[in-house]
Design a protein around this ligand. Structure first.
Ligand SMILES: Nc1ncnc2c1ncn2[C@@H]1O[C@H](COP(=O)(O)OP(=O)(O)OP(=O)(O)O)[C@@H](O)[C@H]1O
Length: 248
């Protein structure tokens, strides 16, 4: 699948989020999309999934069945989890057994009878994942899938991604927390300055000896810098604020 010279802005008066962005993904690829906050990761993912149309450029050879799980599942809908998933299975022409399969794997059997608006953020997120997985997607797009997940589901998700990749599916994940960093063969991309560029594979970076660098930065810049360094493949630990004199 190819994102070919894609430019996108949300409205005529809005700034370009992406400009002439290119990305080629092959069957079986698992791609992590990183980048500082607000640079366009979610936008790129929605363009890849076909939920947004490029203003310029094209998305070519997108697999026919696409699963997309948004960063925030819109839980404000008057259904139970089971009714919602039954509806999604019907829309996607998937056998209803798929619901039981995915609800078990995602540890959400106990949620099936609950009303969507009553779910916690993490539980709603699982519903978003389940609906994305129902139809055996050839392209699975997950926006921050690990955020708010319990430990068991966090551990299960890379296994699910590996299975989709093994049958030739493409998986695109924005992963702010780096949960997929150890995923074998992971391709890493960064969205920055309206472009998409591929980063070094983690294995290569992992072969080099490590140095621990202590850096004190103004508190307001900490999150952005930490994100940027994580996108570069560094391990970042943010510690408490210190008084300026102590830092010097
Ligand atoms: N529906 C929208 N309408 C107008 N502008 C939008 C819309 N969605 C996103 N934007 C803008 O597009 C830019 C890219 O947003 P996007 O959500 O793709 O970034 P992101 O890298 O995923 O951010 P984050 O890390 O915070 O999730 C931002 O400036 C954002 O304000």
């Amino acid at each position: 699948m190819r994102i070919a010279s894609v430019s996108f802005r949300y409205g005529r008066r809005d700034p370009w989020v992406l400009s002439d962005a290119d990305l080629v993904l092959d069957p079986g690829d698992v791609a992590e999309v990183a980048g500082p906050n607000g640079t366009g990761k979610s936008t790129l993912l929605r363009l890849a999934a076909g939920l947004l149309r490029p203003v310029r450029g094209r998305v070519e050879d997108r697999p026919r069945v696409v699963g997309y799980a948004p960063e925030r599942f819109p839980a404000d809908q008057p259904f139970t989890v089971a009714a919602y998933l039954r509806h999604m299975a019907a829309v996607r022409r998937v056998a209803q057994d798929a619901i039981g399969h995915w609800s078990e794997r995602l540890g959400m059997d106990h949620l099936l009878g609950r009303d969507l608006p009553d779910l916690s953020k993490g539980s709603a997120h699982k519903v978003g994942l389940a609906q994305a997985l129902l139809a055996e997607p050839g392209l699975l797009v997950l926006d921050e899938p690990f955020a708010g997940l319990d430990a068991a589901t966090r551990a299960e998700l890379p296994r699910i991604i590996a299975e989709i990749s093994a049958r030739g599916g493409i998986v695109v994940v924005s992963d702010h927390q780096g949960d997929l960093r150890d995923f074998p063969g992971l391709r890493r991309f960064e969205v920055r300055d309206r472009a998409v560029r591929e980063l070094e594979p983690v294995e290569k970076a992992g072969e080099a000896p490590l140095t621990v660098l202590e850096v004190a930065v103004p508190a307001v810049r900490a999150a952005e810098l930490a994100d940027r360094l994580r996108a570069e493949g560094c391990t970042v630990r943010v510690t408490a604020r210190v008084a300026r004199e102590a830092a010097e």
